[in-house]
Design a protein around this ligand. Structure first.
Ligand code: ASP
Length: 343
């Protein structure tokens, strides 16, 4: 069996940061530093190659044009490598993982995002284990000789998550990520145990990259007493073509004629509204409570248990890819790459 070939793509984040000697603040360092800091990687029987994005960033600076660059790098190198590891800051990693899951349609090879809470040069760093195991997973085959992971995933602190199911849950603990509504894809202990039933399998597919995201997407989080008028401008088709509402519990809202009228005229003018829950765990269930009936009447789409990170990036993808309203609606309702569980 040939040695697996893995491409490591460095985008920035704490994993490759050092302290600025003048200010003491953490800033991105060049990729060579990172690679030299983990000599253990040389012991793998894998063929590893590294590619650094032109300007490594703190992931708070992440945006759809960098997502497009990452997707293109994977596409251009797809036939040459067995898997890809993306080193990325944890702050927006769940957004990038979600965005890539929609951009890389038909992906059949592992794309594993990882990073760390402590810089790799620090003695207690979590970065080494994260990087080493992410690389190992990126080269793993299943018993049929196919790539074990055939989707975009996040590896952090011994856990492999479906990328578009994750949220960052902690700035202080090493287990920075959680998938509230989907089981782990794998757990790394003495051995790496894969949860075969949870891994995405889609049959024969050809990789296609679609990165022309439309960022005219609004996000509103409901709260008791909110001044609806302050949020009304979001329902303006010249500013947004889709709005995600983070509602209460199973997709519920307070009664408000003002909000109802705004959503109604927005949808009638061609806008799309996706209702997701602000609870981590659980799902929107339109019609379960009277307080979600307003959304049903207006034609708001229920997002089930999708995360906000996946909802926002899915909206950007759907708006960018389709221009017909019904087609957009149909794709928002569709489970594209395991991003929600329909109830
Ligand atoms: N601020 C950093 C970033 O997201 C934190 C991290 O790397 O985990 O880029």
């Amino acid at each position: 069996m040939k040695n697996p070939k893995v491409l490591i793509i460095y985008t920035g984040g704490t994993i490759g940061m050092i302290n600025d000697p003048e200010t003491g603040a953490l800033k991105p360092f060049d990729f060579e530093h990172l690679y030299n800091s983990v000599p253990e990687l040389k012991q793998f029987n894998y063929k590893l190659e590294a590619h650094s994005m032109k300007n490594p960033i703190d992931s708070s600076e992440m945006n759809p044009s960098i997502w497009a660059d990452i997707a293109k790098t994977i596409f251009d190198n797809y036939s040459e490598y067995d898997g890809f590891v993306i080193l990325h800051g944890s702050d927006t990693m769940a957004y990038t993982a979600s965005a890539l899951s929609f951009m890389l349609s038909g992906i059949k090879k592992p794309v594993i995002l990882t990073g760390s809470q402590l810089p790799i040069g620090q003695i207690r760093t979590d970065g080494k284990e994260n990087l080493i195991t992410a690389v190992e997973i990126a080269g793993k085959l299943d018993p049929a000789g196919e790539p074990m992971v055939q989707e975009v995933a996040i590896y952090f602190e011994f856990q492999l998550h479906r990328g578009n199911r994750t949220s960052k849950q902690s700035t202080s603990n090493f287990d920075a990520f959680i998938s509230y509504n989907y089981p782990l894809l794998a757990e790394a202990g003495v051995t790496i145990e894969f949860n075969h039933a949870a891994l995405l399998r889609k049959g024969f597919q050809k990789l296609e990259v679609f990165s022309n995201f439309n960022t005219k997407v609004g996000l509103i989080k409901l709260y008791p007493g909110m001044p609806v008028a302050a949020y009304a401008p979001i329902f303006d088709l010249s500013k947004t073509e889709g709005v995600v509402i983070e509602s209460f519990g199973n997709g519920n809202t307070f009664s408000s004629t003002e909000l109802e009228n705004k959503i109604d005229s927005y949808i009638k003018a061609g806008g799309l509204v996706l209702n997701i829950t602000q609870c981590g765990k659980g799902s929107v269930a339109h019609g379960k409570y009277e307080t979600s009936m307003m959304f049903v009447r207006l034609g708001v789409i229920g997002g089930y248990d999708i995360t906000s990170e996946a909802a926002i990036t899915k909206m950007m993808y759907v708006l960018g890819r389709f221009s017909d309203r019904d087609e957009r609606k149909q794709h928002l309702q569709k489970n594209i790459c395991g991003e929600f569980t329909q109830i």
